[in-house]
Design a protein around this ligand. Structure first.
Ligand SMILES: *Cc1c(COP(=O)(O)O)cnc(C)c1O
Length: 374
């Protein structure tokens, strides 16, 4: 083994350091403007982000969870959803996807994911449709688009709404159409570690529905469209001027950052050779933006410990099934997921635009030398 390296799972400092001068200038601009909420920075970022996604509207909100929650809430306000309605969603996702559904008194119906892509499996969705189903909520997991052409066709056939959880998939594209521009609405997160990350919390809703856009905007601002006039019972969920300014700087570099993520992924996929390790499945290169590079291995815990001993930090997305979480164990009653959950075998390797090539080589060499216990 070569000299020991120390490789963090994510190097946020290094990622933001590349744009430090621009970020600091943008921050100063906001400080000097004397205007900190609902101003020109937000307006400009929303316009640019909508344009980037190819959708007509983008509404900045406080975080990704709120983006999901507010869309569902708006659909309830519009009478398109009622308490108790069923939302079909994959069992393998971050908890926020599920909380947004429960927060709105809707019923998450968990279904199996495709064992190769770990995204929604269309047959499983179809089998879970009942006369109470109103929404399909695909999560573009790890940064790879869900099978959207099939999901949209199925939704149309059954008169269902589609909400994309695009928190991990900024810029993922299939057939010329980006994440956030497939469903009736989409939710993005700008959590610092996401592919488009703020320097704090942030999120956005995208949609081509002008009425929905106006309603989401009102709901996130105390239900108000006109100051001190409250037509809805809303909440406070706003993307502030400083974060909007940070995001405008970083959005300009998103495509080149994604290209560098793809280079790392390609390097891993071409060079990791191990009889006990399954590499991530990529159907169309443009449809994956590599928020995470997730391998599966039956000796995952041993592999994770082995890599940690060599200074390589890996994480598990996600270590428990939703139904195993104490707060969500009730969902097991209605769950339609039957396959063995993936959480015992998945392992996420370090991947980010600034990951040096020699570190990539070191990671690959270490993995290829791993001996599975017998
Ligand atoms: C990060 C994430 C969210 C939540 O975003 P926050 O900004 O942290 O609230 C929702 N869904 C998925 C799939 C995520 O990865």
């Amino acid at each position: 083994m070569n000299q020991m390296m120390n490789i963090p799972f994510l190097d946020l400092k290094g990622i933001n350091h590349e744009y430090a001068e621009q970020l600091k200038a943008a921050c100063n601009r906001v400080i000097d403007s004397g205007w900190y909420l609902m101003g020109r920075e937000l307006e400009q970022f929303e316009a640019t982000f909508a344009d980037y996604c190819g959708s007509q509207h983008a509404i900045g909100v406080a975080n990704g969870l709120d983006a999901l929650t507010l869309v569902l809430r708006a659909w309830k306000e519009q009478g398109r959803l009622r308490a108790g309605d069923e939302v079909i969603v994959q069992s393998n996702t971050f908890i926020a996807t599920i909380s947004a559904i429960l927060e709105n008194d809707l019923a998450p119906i968990l279904v199996d994911v495709d064992p190769t892509t770990h995204n929604l499996e269309i047959d499983a969705v179809e089998r879970a449709i009942t006369d109470k189903t109103r929404v399909i909520l695909p999560v573009h997991l790890y940064g790879q688009l869900s099978p959207m052409p099939q999901i949209m066709a199925l939704a149309k056939q059954h008169g269902l709404l589609v909400l994309e959880d695009a928190a991990q998939a900024h810029g993922a594209e299939l057939a010329g159409r980006k994440a956030g521009n497939w469903g009736d609405a989409a939710a993005f997160s700008f959590y610092p570690g996401k592919n488009l990350g703020a320097l704090g919390d942030g999120g956005a809703v995208t949609t081509n529905d002008a009425e929905l856009a106006a309603l989401v905007r009102a709901l996130g601002n105390y239900g108000s469209r006109i100051k001190y006039q409250h037509d809805h019972q809303g909440v406070n969920s706003r993307l502030d001027e400083i974060q909007a300014a940070m995001l405008s700087v970083k959005l300009a570099h998103l495509d080149s950052d994604t290209a560098r993520r793809r280079d790392v992924a390609r390097y891993y996929s071409e060079h990791i050779r191990h009889p006990n390790i399954i590499l991530p499945c990529v159907e169309t290169a443009s449809a994956h933006v590599w928020h995470l590079y997730v391998i599966t291995c039956p000796w995952r815990d041993e592999l994770k410990a082995y890599l940690a001993e060599r200074g390589i930090q890996c994480l598990i997305h996600y270590p428990m099934a939703i139904t195993e979480q104490q707060a969500y164990s009730d969902l097991a009653r209605t769950s339609r997921a039957t396959r063995t959950p993936l959480h015992g075998s998945v392992l996420s390797l370090p991947i980010y635009p600034t990951l040096p090539q020699e570190q990539q080589r070191y990671i690959v060499a270490a993995i290829n030398q791993f001996t599975a216990p017998h």
